[in-house]
Design a protein around this ligand. Structure first.
Ligand SMILES: *[C@@H]1O[C@H](CO)[C@@H](O)[C@H](O)[C@H]1NC(C)=O
Length: 215
């Protein structure tokens, strides 16, 4: 019973912490896709300066396509750095530019086609990240159905509004399971590079810096 309570409170704490750090499921997905390769290339041995430089360049190669899309979308919709930052930090967008930025990224990843969410594509992208995890996939399918209904019921025909409402909705529906299931695994995978979960934010900062340089 004591152990149970302890675990419960640790879980509650972990949940609260995660709620602060994750607020956009798509950003999370994209981020995993384009940073995982980087994390996996890092070994346990101390690196020489040359190796550090080499690995930095490798990371830059991996994030480059994502960074380019972020930059191009920002230019296209005249989004400001704060909008890009909100996207990467998974904070709901409030400005029209920010909403259009979400739409642009979703379009570029073919999640939105002909101004409609492509459910198959969204599942496919998630499958690449989560594999055939039946719990996550079942949850995801339910969330897609609910969020599609939500945007339809609101009669959102304008693509930027549609994209950002859908995006925020997905985040809210998926947060719970991402916290419990994926965060554990993600942190486990990351424990091979660092025991500090802040590593994640550091890399986001790195990404922001790369984008910022271009804007
Ligand atoms: C970037 O955008 C292109 C389409 O312009 C898309 O094919 C590609 O998957 C996108 N890559 C990333 C990393 O978002």
């Amino acid at each position: 019973m004591k152990t149970y309570n302890k675990r419960r409170s640790a879980q509650t704490q972990a949940h609260a912490k995660m709620q602060r750090s994750i607020s956009n499921v798509f950003a999370a997905i994209l981020f995993i896709l384009f940073t995982m390769a980087f994390y996996l290339t890092i070994s346990f041995t101390p690196l020489t300066k040359e190796e550090h430089i080499e690995r930095y360049e490798k990371m830059t190669d991996d994030v480059e396509p994502f960074r380019r899309n972020l930059t191009e979308c920002a230019r296209q919709v005249k989004a400001e750095m704060v909008d890009v930052e909100k996207f990467l930090k998974r904070i709901p967008q409030s400005s029209m530019q920010g909403k259009c930025f979400v739409a642009c990224i979703l379009k570029r990843n073919a999640i939105i086609k002909n101004n409609k969410i492509d459910k198959g594509r969204l599942l496919e992208l998630n499958r690449e990240v989560y594999g055939e995890d039946s719990e996550v996939m079942a949850r995801l399918k339910a969330a897609i159905a609910e969020c599609s209904k939500a945007v339809e019921n609101e009669g959102l025909f304008e693509v930027c509004e549609y994209a950002s409402v859908f995006n925020d909705c997905m985040h809210m529906k998926m947060e719970h399971i991402l916290d419990q299931v994926m965060m554990e695994r993600r942190l486990e995978a990351m424990s091979k590079v660092a025991t500090d979960p802040e590593q994640w934010s550091d890399d986001e900062d790195e990404m922001l810096k790369l984008v910022r340089d271009e804007l």
